[in-house]
Design a protein around this ligand. Structure first.
Ligand code: FAQ
Length: 329
């Protein structure tokens, strides 16, 4: 693919004031930055970091739900869940491709994940214990992902923005299938309602953490906003998510696990209790309930499937040799 030619390209720029001003002027004029355009090293680095973390999140994010494919309660539920998990794998692949256009290889990015150097979203370090967790992941986790990703469709970097358009359409289907599971459970037996409430209780706070630290503690937000990589801050998106989700919980007849949650007429949004940031950083640093299992599963998949990569490379070599031989005839 066209990005392959860019891998390893140094993309070095002479970053004097005139260059940086001209770059910012392009951003401010809402022009898209494309892979071959000159860009500040910091812009490239920020994008590689964010897009790679996003790709890793999609791939690791297949694990909590993948665990339920064989245990889905009906054939219809199984088919929808299987398709959803496959979509997540596809999102990871679009995102790795978008990152490759910035001059890094997929191998390098995957190595960073497997060696523990690269982050992935904190949310995927929580276990999916019951079927209601699968509904809640679709409703809340995909719901939060969409809230964060819709603005990324307007990201200044063309390949990331374009990848996000399709991803968001698919995430929107995922959110609905999750909400529909929750609706079924919350209209079901007392046990099913209790299971739905229990899943909401466990996933609510981790879902709020997906948006990242408070703006005051966010390392990258200011620069990413100036470069129009991010269009809203972490707290702004978290607030939008809460305001959209509380009425959905009410419709389900479920209670938000936050005694401090209340409507604030003046700000036109909900006030909420404080997030446990110690828990957030613990999970981000590798000490959540499932961090070790998730990485173990990813490393095993990588090792078990080494033969597929080797076979694809051997086939590509043979095909290239055949082409050269035919050309020489
Ligand atoms: N988990 O300065 P900021 C999905 C790190 S996809 C772990 O605010 P930034 C689909 C952050 O990297 C979910 N680490 O960072 C799906 C940074 O560390 P660094 C993933 C986190 O980048 C659904 C440090 O904290 N979505 O769910 C987290 O400006 C269902 C300081 O933070 C994306 O990746 C966290 N939650 O803002 C799949 C979307 N939050 O790199 C399966 C794209 C922050 O300096 C099933 N990413 N950190 O070492 C973004 O929008 C941004 O990167 C943020 C963070 C908003 C996540």
């Amino acid at each position: 693919m066209y990005s392959q030619g860019l891998i390893g390209a140094d993309g070095a720029t002479h970053e004097d004031a005139a260059f940086l001003e001209a770059f910012q002027a392009r951003i401010d004029a809402e022009l898209k930055i494309e892979p071959n355009d000159p860009m500040p090293a910091g812009y490239r680095k920020t994008l590689v970091r964010q897009i790679a973390q996003h790709a890793h999140s999609e791939i690791v994010g297949m694990l909590p739900e993948g665990n339920w494919i064989t245990r889905a309660p009906t054939l219809r539920r199984k088919a929808a869940l299987l398709a959803k998990v496959q979509d997540e794998g596809g999102h990871g692949l679009y995102l790795y491709s978008a990152a490759e256009t910035l001059g890094v290889s997929r191998e390098e990015l995957v190595d960073q994940l497997l060696s523990g150097k690269a982050k992935y979203s904190s949310i995927f370090n929580y276990p999916a214990i019951t079927w209601a967790d699968i509904g809640t992941i679709g409703w809340l986790v995909d719901g939060a992902a969409i809230m964060n990703q819709i603005p990324l469709c307007r990201c200044s970097f063309g390949p990331y923005a374009r990848a996000m358009i399709r991803v968001c359409k698919e995430e929107s289907f995922h959110q609905r299938q999750g909400y529909e599971i929750m609706l079924t459970l919350s209209r079901g037996s007392e046990e099913q309602k209790a299971m739905a409430q229990d899943a909401l209780n466990r996933w609510w706070w981790p879902s709020l953490m997906m948006f990242g630290p408070h703006d005051a503690d966010s390392t990258h937000s200011d620069q990413s906003m100036a470069w129009k990589i991010k269009r809203f801050t972490n707290d702004e998106l978290r607030q939008k998510f809460i305001d959209a989700t509380v009425p959905q919980a009410e419709f389900l007849g479920l209670t938000m696990p936050d005694p401090d949650m209340k409507w604030n007429e003046e700000k036109g949004g909900y006030d909420h209790g404080e997030i446990d940031w110690d828990e957030f950083w613990r999970v981000v640093k590798g000490d959540g309930i499932c961090n070790r299992d998730r990485m173990k599963a990813r490393r095993k998949a990588h090792d078990d499937n080494a033969w597929v990569r080797e076979a694809a490379l051997a086939y590509a070599d043979k095909a290239a040799a055949r082409e050269t031989a035919v050309a020489a005839e």
